[in-house]
Design a protein around this ligand. Structure first.
Ligand code: B3K
Ligand code: ZN
Length: 869
């Protein structure tokens, strides 16, 4: 490492010395010599400040004027432009030259598939011009874009289109003005040629908003679902959150080269095409749901993120946690609430808890950051959303919405803090959230240990609850949190026992606030079965000594679908853990028939939503299971999970086949009901693939599939069960789709997750597939990301070959796209959970990375933290 990057601390926040009220930008687009002229109105805020310090990264400065005159009193330092002795208010003109074609980091201005586009969050605007590139500087933007008219007929930026014209030399220009002052991270520009899907939306107050979705030529037939989702989102936000759109136009541009999912730039969202393009032939049901969620998410940012933005990047969860909560509610109101809750809980309990337990552990409002892009994490987003959800649970919908209203009244048009949000919730509800605020500053996963004693004579139940948050890499001392614990009690006949204390009914949501607490309930007429942490009411680990029959009971009888699924997961977890221990003791794997029977009961229950049955049947991934252990035995886990799949398939083959036949589909519909039925049928197929006629089932399923969901279900079953038809089907798919990278991503993902012994060799071979390129983040995530995250038995191969392979990829990406590299490295950070031989191998490759002399900040931050441990 040549130069040590410096960390920033939340405590060091200082208001800016200067601000920028207005900026006029002019872009003369050229692949290697784009000229950017920025004319900013600068105002001094701190009277003692004499020097204006602007951020800049990888820029060529062409001109610098103050009030129209050349200014020479400036110097360039690493990442900064220092302009000395500036007046109190002035016009600053800065001209920079950019090379978008060679911008492989996909941050700032770059070219994706022939179109110019931008990505500025978090700190990409400084790769366009020197600027006060921080979210608490809010300016009105006017942007003029100039380019060749034939090649780039569409020139777009934020806000409303103000004027356009042609130049003599075949070029044209368009000027945009955004009336809403915004931070630079929300700036966007696009120049290219597209097909456009147009529609309109009439807001509640009767304003007409033009909706435009820009896609690559030829993809118009894949944009409808995105448009429907957008209109649904606009309507939902009016109805549920009382929030209306505020510009005359809303544009979405789909690009193939994009580091993450999408970006909420004001009035001009830029999307990874994965979250826009879909039709029956190319997209699975999961893709459809993903599009609905991400289109919603970016739209909802218009209020939670854009109208009220973040004061500094440590406050990121202010907009992200809240907006994830809003998109989850949107998906739940439109589709199945319980299925949505299940997938949220899976993410938090799996990869988010793993993040808490890693060297990158941080609170939802981090304290220390080297590279901001490293903090767009599951903790900030998903746990952040859980924290908002807990407030929603504690306050109730009505008081929560009052809090939202107060938050907007106070903070609209400003850059705010997480604390501003909690304050509004507190004042609107009258509920003291002092202790609750700890969720923002304390990292780690709390463990709730619950036990109960029932006294038949007094008909009292005592629930004893302790909470403990283990120390994390970033924080040793932990305090008790305010944890909402949602519970229910059942009688043996399945009826509910009302929660009562002194004869009065009490809320199902207990407020756990101390390290140890006991709750007493009376009028409990029999020894109850307890349903605990319903709806995953807090992002905690629950420990309760459940008996198998209690879990089987809840799986069958709980009146809440989430609780049923959760009981099934606990039953599995108990026996998976026990069997991993058996394998380690050289004993045979034993899946009790009573466990199989409990699942069979759900499979055959005809009053249960098929989507829920599918979720119940969906075994936890090996990566999720790994998270349950102090020391991960990848091989034992692999064996045990394979055995569970096989035993379930063997013991339930007839029932699985019957349900599979029952849900045979003739026509294809994209409704939640049809999706649920497909999910169940395909879950059955995934088991049937492991039975005697597996190959026949899968081959026929593939041949008869008339949509991508079914096609992929067949391929994925063939892949997991390593069926003879795997080869020909994979080849057929590749022959059919190799021209389409987005579709091929599904295939690459299967190659990455291939359980074959020689998976690594095959993954390496697929890197020469015509559809693969290390320049495209989607391809990298599909093939290499799947290998490292969804194929633990191969990635963690004893000889360390998986680690060395990842290292080679990281060395390449460190140069070309450090942001993507930094996402990919995550499985190596968990080295502490592996045996000493594997740990050493992982440490070796991390050390080799640390020794590089050009290691990007993104990787540096993670590598150093891990090696320090
Ligand atoms: N706000 C963007 C994420 C930007 C990530 C920068 N590395 C998308 C979103 O959360 O909606
Ligand atoms: Zn977001």
């Amino acid at each position: 490492m040549s130069q040590q990057p410096t960390a920033k601390y939340r405590d060091d926040y200082r208001a800016p010395d200067f601000t920028i009220t207005d900026i006029n930008l002019e872009f003369d687009l050229d692949p290697n010599k784009t000229l950017v002229t920025a004319v900013s109105q600068i105002k001094r805020l701190n009277e003692r400040a004499t020097d204006l310090v602007l951020d800049g990264d990888d820029l060529t400065l062409v001109r610098l004027d103050i009030n129209g005159d050349t200014w020479t009193a400036y110097s360039e330092e690493a990442g900064k432009l220092i302009i000395r002795d500036v007046p109190a208010a002035f016009t600053l003109t800065i001209q920079t030259q950019l090379d978008p074609e060679n911008n492989s980091a996909l941050e700032g201005l770059y070219i994706s598939g022939g179109a110019y586009c931008t990505q500025c969050e978090a700190e990409g605007f400084r790769r366009i011009t020197y600027y006060l590139d921080r979210p608490d500087v809010l300016a009105r933007f006017t942007t003029k874009v100039i380019a060749n008219k034939a090649t780039y007929p569409y020139l777009l930026s934020n806000g409303n289109k103000m004027a356009a014209g042609d130049l003599d030399d075949g070029r044209h220009w368009v000027e945009w003005h955004d009336p809403h002052a915004k931070p630079s991270y929300l700036f966007a520009l696009v120049g290219g040629d597209f097909d456009v899907l147009r529609d309109t939306f009439e807001t509640r107050s009767g304003r007409n908003v033009a909706l435009e979705i820009f896609v690559d030529k030829g993809n118009l037939d894949r944009a409808d679902h995105a448009m429907v989702s957008l209109k649904n989102a606009m309507k939902w936000d009016e109805e549920r959150f009382d929030l209306e759109y505020d510009l005359d136009i809303y544009m979405i541009v789909a690009v193939d080269f994009f580091n993450m999912g999408a970006m909420e730039n004001k009035g001009l969202n830029i999307f990874n095409s994965k979250y826009v393009l879909a039709n029956a032939e190319t997209a699975t049901d999961t893709d459809y749901l993903g599009i609905e969620a991400v289109i919603g998410h970016e739209y909802f940012h218009n209020w939670t993120g854009n109208r009220v933005t973040c004061r500094d990047w440590f406050q990121l969860s202010l907009k992200e946690g809240l907006t994830v909560f809003r998109d989850q509610e949107f998906s739940s109101d439109l589709g199945s609430r319980s299925v949505n809750r299940i997938s949220n809980a899976r993410i938090v309990r799996g990869p988010q808890f793993a993040e808490d337990a890693s060297p990158m552990s941080h609170p939802i409002r981090p304290e220390k950051v080297i590279e901001m892009n490293n903090f767009y994490t599951l903790t900030v987003y998903e746990k952040g959303s859980e924290v908002i959800r807990m407030m929603h649970t504690i306050l109730g919908e009505s008081a929560f919405q009052k809090g939202m209203k107060l938050y907007f009244e106070r903070h609209d048009g400003t850059a705010s803090t997480c604390d501003d949000f909690v304050q509004a919730m507190e004042e609107a509800s009258g509920i003291d959230l002092t202790q609750f605020r700890l969720w923002y500053s304390q990292s780690g996963t709390p463990v709730l240990t619950v036990s109960s004693t029932y006294d038949a004579a007094t008909k009292q139940l005592a629930l004893h609850v302790t909470q403990h948050t283990p120390a994390t890499a970033d924080q040793q001392e932990k305090q008790p949190l305010y944890i909402p614990l949602d519970i229910e009690m059942y009688r043996q006949d399945g009826s509910v026992i009302e929660l009562q204390r002194h004869g009065e009914s009490v809320s199902n949501v207990l407020a756990v606030t101390q390290a140890e607490q006991t709750y007493l309930f009376d009028h409990v007429d029999e020894q109850p079965v307890l349903s605990l942490l319903r709806e995953f009411s807090a992002p905690v680990k629950l420990e309760y000594d459940y008996q198998d029959d209690e879990l089987a009971f809840l799986l069958q009888h709980a009146r809440n679908d989430f609780a049923r699924w959760d009981a099934g997961q606990s039953l599995l977890a108990k026996h998976i853990k026990a069997n991993v221990a058996r394998v380690q003791d050289d004993q045979p794997i034993d899946v009790p028939l009573s466990v199989v029977d409990a699942f069979r009961g759900v499979l055959l229950s005809d009053n249960t939503d098929p989507a829920l049955i599918a979720e119940v049947l969906n075994l936890p991934s090996e990566t999720e299971v790994a998270g349950w252990f102090e020391t991960v035995d990848v091989d034992a886990i692999h064996q045990v999970m394979a055995a569970f799949k096989q035993q379930f398939a063997d013991h339930m083959v007839d029932e699985l086949a019957a349900v599979y036949r029952q849900y045979a589909q003739t026509d294809y519909q994209i409704t939640h009901k049809a999706m649920g039925e497909r999910a169940l049928r395909n879950a059955c197929l995934s088991y049937l693939a492991h039975t005697e006629n597996g190959n026949g089932y899968v081959e026929q399923h593939y041949q008869e599939a008339h949509n991508m969901t079914d096609t992929m279900a067949a391929l994925s079953a063939a892949n997991s069960a390593q069926l003879p038809c795997r080869e020909p089907l994979m080849k057929g798919f590749s022959d059919q789709w190799q021209h389409d990278g987005l579709v091929m991503d599904k295939w690459f993902m299967l190659q990455g997750a291939n359980p074959a012994d020689n998976a690594l060799e095959q993954v390496k071979a697929q890197m020469s597939h015509p559809a693969f390129t290390l320049k495209n983040p989607n391809r990298i995530r599909s093939l290499i990301g799947a290998f490292c995250n969804r194929n633990p038995a191969r990635f963690h191969a004893k000889d360390g070959a998986g680690y060395r392979f990842l290292k080679e990829i990281l060395v390449t990406l460190n140069q070309s796209n450090p942001q993507v590299a930094s996402r990919l490295i995550d499985p190596l950070l968990k080295l502490a959970y592996y045996d000493s031989a594997r740990q050493q191998q992982m440490r070796n490759v991390l050390q080799e990375l640390a020794d590089m002399d050009n290691l990007a900040n993104d990787l540096y931050e993670k590598v150093e933290k891990t090696l320090e441990q």
